[in-house]
Design a protein around this ligand. Structure first.
Ligand SMILES: O=c1ccn([C@H]2C[C@H](O)[C@@H](COP(=O)(O)OP(=O)(O)OP(=O)(O)O)O2)c(=O)[nH]1
Length: 149
């Protein structure tokens, strides 16, 4: 098995979701597209489903950034600046690891996204831990599942 990749979540298994690809040999990001038609209303956060989950090795995460042209041309930004998909989010009990993109429309105009339209880009990264790190918790669920504090 590969140690890193994307799969379609079962809720979208029959929706003809394409697995992300890099557009050119020199691209850093795997393009992430909207899994359905969706309208980004002005001045609110809209959570855009991708229909995808990502698996990766321990010590890695997937960082999510806005697709630059959506920001430059349509004034859309990520509500969280950068999304971080943890390795243990994959196949969690709540949503199977479904990657969501939190879009904020900074303009006064609704922005309609079509299914398959590229919204974000995911870049796999490695992270470091402190020398006396002892994290041994197990993720129990989806977004916000590790508590409110
Ligand atoms: O743009 C994003 C950011 C996060 N996630 C998913 C993957 C990530 O592993 C999970 C939790 O994200 P994070 O740890 O940043 O958020 P949290 O509010 O601390 O939630 P949790 O308590 O689940 O850790 O949400 C996304 O799908 N898209």
């Amino acid at each position: 098995m590969q140690t890193r990749g994307f799969e379609v979540v079962s809720a979208y298994a029959d929706q003809n979701i394409q697995l992300p690809v890099r557009k050119t040999a020199g691209s850093a990001g795997y393009d992430l597209a909207a899994a359905r038609d969706i309208v980004l209303a002005p001045h609110v956060v809209t959570v855009v489903p991708t229909g995808l989950k990502a698996y990766m090795a321990q010590g890695e995460y997937l960082s999510i950034f806005i697709r630059s042209s959506l920001a430059f041309k349509k004034g859309i930004m990520l509500a969280n600046g950068t999304g971080i998909v943890d390795s243990d989010y994959y196949n969690n009990a709540d949503n199977e690891g479904h990657i969501m993109i939190a879009c904020y429309n900074t303009t006064d105009t609704p922005c309609a996204l079509e299914k398959g339209e590229r919204v974000g880009q995911g870049i796999f990264m490695a992270y470091l831990t402190v020398s006396d790190d002892a994290a041994d918790g197990i993720r129990s669920g989806g977004i916000g599942s590790t508590g409110t504090k």
